[in-house]
Design a protein around this ligand. Structure first.
Ligand code: ADP
Length: 280
């Protein structure tokens, strides 16, 4: 707490009065720390691929370029690391645009079933490569969410991509929708729940709330190896919250993770919601 005091005196009756101004700087300090940590994290994240690129360029100049097989191998690494730099910068740019309110979210009725079918189609080839099965359970009703279709697609692509990445080969991934209105008595609006579950490595309980922070990773080395930037879930959280929703992660049984997204359903699909009985 910082206290500023000034003494004003000298009125005709020679009275003096003191003015105290109290500033709570704890919040300012916290924000400053977040900013500093962020800059340090960004620098570190960018330095890792850059150091690798520099090392391989030096090795090429030192004679590696004269051996075609070595040169090709080194150039491939340089290409991969450049792609990684691009990916980090794309995610960072997107996150900073969303956070600074520069991104205007569209407000249009979005058919959630069609949207989830689309995201599964995008992820299927990745899942096939690791021989995962993807199961999509959709009820017959239409669910309309008021929002930005492309951003919402990104939410579920990020969650499914993680499920594919953090599940060893031949795993099971599922995405299901159900009515969540009855789970949230305090919420006057109908809610829909979308769960993305996997049979993968899971997330220790202590790390679960933190995985939505920028650059927080349970296992940095593993995330990098799998091509992660540590920003995917931070983007997910921002988009979901911009749609007045919530997202969190739970443990799956017997193993793996369950990412749960709650989104308010548009008024015009409320009839469909109220006739849904909540079965999966
Ligand atoms: P990354 O690019 O590292 O995957 P994310 O922000 O998407 O970054 O996720 C943050 C961290 O949360 C990951 O590094 C990983 O440790 C953990 N994580 C995310 N999804 C899963 C999942 N489905 N299973 C296990 N761990 C996960």
């Amino acid at each position: 707490l910082r206290v500023e005091a000034s003494i004003a005196g000298g009125s005709r009756e020679q009275e003096a009065c003191a003015v105290f101004v109290f500033h709570d700087i704890t919040e300012l300090r916290r924000l400053e720390k977040i900013r500093k940590d962020f800059v340090a994290n960004v620098s570190h994240e960018l330095r890792t691929p850059l150091t690798s690129i520099k090392g391989y360029v030096e090795a090429l100049l030192d004679g590696g370029k004269d051996e075609p097989a070595t040169a090709t191998a080194f150039l491939e690494i340089i290409m991969r690391q450049s792609n990684r730099l691009n990916l980090i910068l794309d995610d960072l740019l997107q996150l900073s645009q969303i956070e600074s309110g520069q991104v205007l979210f569209r407000r249009e009725p979005v058919d959630l079933r069609a949207l989830l079918e689309r995201t599964v189609a995008v992820i299927k080839p990745l899942a096939d490569k690791k021989h995962h099965t993807i199961e999509l359970s959709l009820p017959d009703e239409y669910w309309v969410v008021e929002g930005d279709e492309e951003r919402l697609v990104q939410v579920f692509i990020n969650l499914l991509e993680n499920a594919v990445k953090y599940t060893p080969d031949q795993g099971r991934i599922s995405m299901a929708i159900r009515n969540a209105t009855h789970m949230r008595a305090a919420t006057p609006r109908p809610m829909i729940e979308i769960v993305v579950a996997d049979s993968g490595i899971g997330i220790p309980e202590a790390d679960r709330p933190r995985v939505f922070e920028r650059f927080y990773r349970v296992d940095k080395a593993r995330s990098r190896e799998l091509g992660g930037t540590g920003l995917g879930l931070a983007i997910v959280k921002h988009i979901v919250e911009a749609h007045s929703g919530q997202v969190w992660v739970e443990g799956n049984t017997p193993r793996g993770s369950r990412f749960v997204v709650h989104l308010p359903v548009a008024q015009d699909s409320s009839t469909a919601v109220s006739t849904e009985t909540g079965s999966r």
